[in-house]
Design a protein around this ligand. Structure first.
Ligand code: ADP
Length: 190
């Protein structure tokens, strides 16, 4: 199996690239942000809890996020591999993911980080906010808060997998197709 973590700050293009990778490699794309938005759309208790954190640019508590992720993985055992997008975002989430992979006798093949400068992230997310209807893209304060949360809570996840020699960075600025080729080059070398 190929099990990838697509990593990087909010607005770095993870969702866009994941959709293209799924087509090419037939992997299952699991985006915790999309899963939360689905729950919110259905007004489930989980969705209502997640929304209160998401709208403020904060992380949803690990216990909620890890449980939801585990359900999704366990519901889809027969796949060629997974692309995790927006997960793990904390060290406890990384440990939970490793435990889940161990149970399946699998492991994370690679964490690939898309590097994009902060000001470009703010521009991209503000633009997306004009059409996405996403509450967390609608205010520059919330966008900047998400970037700050990424730096404080999520960036250590890069180092966590780097200790196993599995983390790499690629340039996330450029044409979508160009960035996709950079990603494919890394995956094909696995
Ligand atoms: P982006 O990467 O643009 O911020 P996402 O859709 O990945 O968008 O995430 C949106 C929000 O969903 C996050 O700001 C956070 O509140 C919540 N969220 C998504 N994934 C996680 C996670 N793994 N742990 C905690 N909260 C999460």
């Amino acid at each position: 199996m190929i099990n990838l973590i697509l990593f990087g700050p909010p607005g770095s293009g993870k969702g866009t690239q994941a959709a293209k990778l799924v087509d090419k490699y037939q992997l299952l794309h699991i985006s915790t942000g999309d899963l939360f938005r689905y729950e919110i759309g259905n007004s489930t208790p989980l969705g209502l809890e997640a929304k209160s954190f998401m709208d403020r640019g904060m992380l949803v508590p690990d216990s909620v996020t890890i449980g939801m992720l585990r359900n999704k993985v366990e519901a889809n055992p027969d796949v060629a591999g997974y692309i995790f997008d927006g997960f793990p975002r904390t060290i406890p989430q990384s440990e939970a993911l490793n435990a889940l992979m161990d149970e399946k006798d699998e492991r994370i093949s690679k964490l690939i980080m898309l590097e994009v400068p902060d000001e470009e992230l703010v521009d991209r997310l503000s633009n997306r906010g004009k059409t996405s209807g996403r509450a967390d893209d609608a205010s520059e304060d919330v966008i900047r808060k998400r970037i700050a949360v990424y730096k404080a809570e999520t960036s250590p996840v890069f180092d966590f997998y780097d200790e196993y020699g599995r983390s790499i960075k690629i340039n996330g600025v450029g044409e979508i197709e160009e960035i996709f080729e950079r990603l494919c080059a890394e995956i094909d070398s696995l």
